[in-house]
Design a protein around this ligand. Structure first.
Ligand SMILES: [Zn+2]
Length: 218
């Protein structure tokens, strides 16, 4: 695959040979192949550069991508309190720290019944963190009343939310970029009078609200 070619050729063959042989007992027979690989190394590097000059290397295989933001969101540290994909737990570990309903929605991509969520009609000032890993996801200033039955936000904190098209192409799932927890879906172009005309339709149970005055004053 092209991506593999880039990865492999990022280290010269000589370097890899040296690395792979670092633990081997030095001997003439171990060292000999290094010089015999030198021509292949330069050939590979030429191929590498030619490949990159034709087209940029493809992105790593990752179905989820940052939602609705510019270059800032591509940074792996573009939001406070979390790094993309930094929170990894086994299913058993998630079950141990989440309630059954949180597990059903965050880890099994479930949906809470409309109009029942804790934050559906809740408009206090603060930040909504991921209920799974605690990463800040939304500011209360981006929350609006969509009357859809679930909390609605017009944008997430930069880089905090990943978007993944559903397999049927009908909707776009939103997940916590740090832990992959399912939040809900994002809809665009519905005509809401918000700066983005996006509606992040989020399950209340996927969120944990923290009041603005809960943070230490700066
Ligand atoms: Zn999370």
């Amino acid at each position: 695959m092209g991506f593999e070619a880039v990865k492999l050729s990022s280290l010269s063959s000589s370097t890899k040979s040296i690395l792979s042989r670092a633990t081997a007992k030095p001997s003439l027979s171990n060292l000999l192949p290094l010089s015999s690989l030198a021509p292949r190394s330069s050939h590979l590097n030429r191929t590498h550069f030619a490949f990159r000059s034709i087209k940029p290397p493809p992105r790593p295989v990752a179905p989820a991508a940052p939602c609705g933001f510019g270059p800032l969101s591509r940074s792996k540290r573009s939001f406070r309190g979390g790094v993309v994909g930094s929170v990894r737990k086994s299913e058993e570990e998630w079950q141990a720290v989440l309630s059954p309903e949180q597990f059903r929605i965050l880890r099994r991509k479930g949906t809470e019944y409309p109009g029942t969520g804790e934050y559906d009609k809740f408009f206090e000032e603060g930040v909504y963190n991921c209920a799974g890993c605690g990463t800040p996801l939304y500011r209360s200033t981006t929350k609006f009343n969509s009357s859809c039955g679930w909390p609605a936000f017009y944008e997430g904190l930069p880089g905090a939310i990943n978007c993944t098209p559903d397999p049927d192409g009908m909707r776009t799932e939103i997940t916590c970029a740090a832990c992959g927890g399912h939040l809900g879906h994002v809809f665009k172009g519905e005509g809401f009078p918000t700066p983005t005309d996006e509606r992040h339709c989020v399950n209340s149970i996927s969120l944990k609200f923290v009041r603005a005055n809960s943070y230490p004053s700066q």
